[in-house]
Design a protein around this ligand. Structure first.
Ligand SMILES: [Ca+2]
Length: 313
């Protein structure tokens, strides 16, 4: 089968970094058309910088990187330096990037790519707030029918929230954008916290990265070491959850994940639950299903895949 053509829309982030590295290491399954940066974990200038650092770390300087929206559609930006550190990529000591940022705006790149390639052949992979994707859909509604699928990291049902008691970070930062994406009619596959909190970098898994004894393996071990302090303190878990790599792993090994095709709506109004993904997991409404909402991952298979692929870089 030909590799899937994808655009990764991202706010790196240590876990974004691992998601991108997995894609770059997997050319049989993934043809990465470009990386579009968005404001999220840290401001846009840093997410664009971090995307370039990651591509250079992987030796993939030819990757096209585009800068996108620097703020959510309707509210001011909320960032997460308390999780990811001041740069968004704290942990390893990586050089400042020198590869270029493309001149075209990320939203224009998304629109042009969908219009210029055959309908149903491009998959969007958002692993940050949904601002770039929603802006593209607002500006060019015709592209909705051309997207093969959106596979995204965001939301939660059983785990409820991580940035507020009710909301997951990516959706919380731009719920108006999420509402547009979830209402777009595009086939959606969603990796919520319910899944990503099962993908924990335990000590043994971190050691497996480090034991690759490559610059990529070492950097991933250092990034996940940094990132885990927050989750260990907050959840008492065994290590950092690798949220975003669930998206790229799904493109390679979908059978590692299980979920339900259900209705998911986004709360945009309530001050208490703004950004909540109201997921009808139990089918208690007659609302039309709009998303394959994942609930489980085979964690050992996921980490074996990750380690095996990162070894190639
Ligand atoms: Ca992210």
């Amino acid at each position: 089968m030909a590799p899937r053509q994808i655009i990764i829309d991202t706010d790196p982030g240590q876990d974004d970094a691992v998601a991108i590295l997995l894609a770059l290491a997997s050319p049989e399954e993934i043809d990465l058309l470009g990386i579009t940066a968005v404001a999220g974990n840290v401001p846009l200038s840093l997410t664009t910088r971090n995307a370039r650092i990651i591509c250079e770390l992987a030796g993939k300087r030819e990757t096209r990187i585009f800068a996108g929206c620097d703020r959510p559609l309707a509210h001011s930006l909320v960032t997460a330096e308390h999780v990811h550190g001041k740069t968004g990529l704290d942990g390893p000591d990586l050089p400042e990037p020198t590869m270029p940022v493309q001149e075209q705006h990320a939203v224009d790149f998304i629109i042009d790519t969908l219009r210029s390639r055959p309908a149903g052949t491009v998959t969007l992979c958002p692993i940050g707030p949904l601002t770039n994707i929603a802006t593209a859909l607002q500006r060019a509604p015709d592209i909705a029918a051309r997207v093969q699928e959106i596979v995204l990291m965001g939301g939660a049902y059983f785990e409820v929230g991580n940035i507020t008691p009710a909301a997951e970070f990516n959706i919380y930062v731009d719920p108006e954008a999420a509402e547009i994406v979830f209402g777009s009619g595009i086939p959606l596959t969603v990796m919520p916290l319910d899944v990503t909190h099962q993908a924990l970098v335990t000590g043994a898994r971190n050691t497996a990265f480090r034991s690759l004894e490559t610059p990529v393996g070492t950097a991933v071990a250092q990034m996940t070491d940094f990132f885990e302090r927050f989750d260990k303190a907050k959840y008492g878990s065994d290590g950092a959850p690798l949220h975003d790599p669930c998206v790229t792993a799904y493109l390679i090994r979908p059978e590692l994940f299980s979920g339900r095709h259900i209705n998911v709506e986004i709360e945009t109004q309530s001050p208490l639950t703004r950004g909540m993904t109201v997921a009808d997991w139990w089918g208690v409404t007659d609302r039309t299903p709009n998303a394959l909402f994942m609930g489980g991952v085979e964690a050992d298979g996921f980490f074996n895949l990750l380690t095996e692929r990162l070894a190639r870089l």
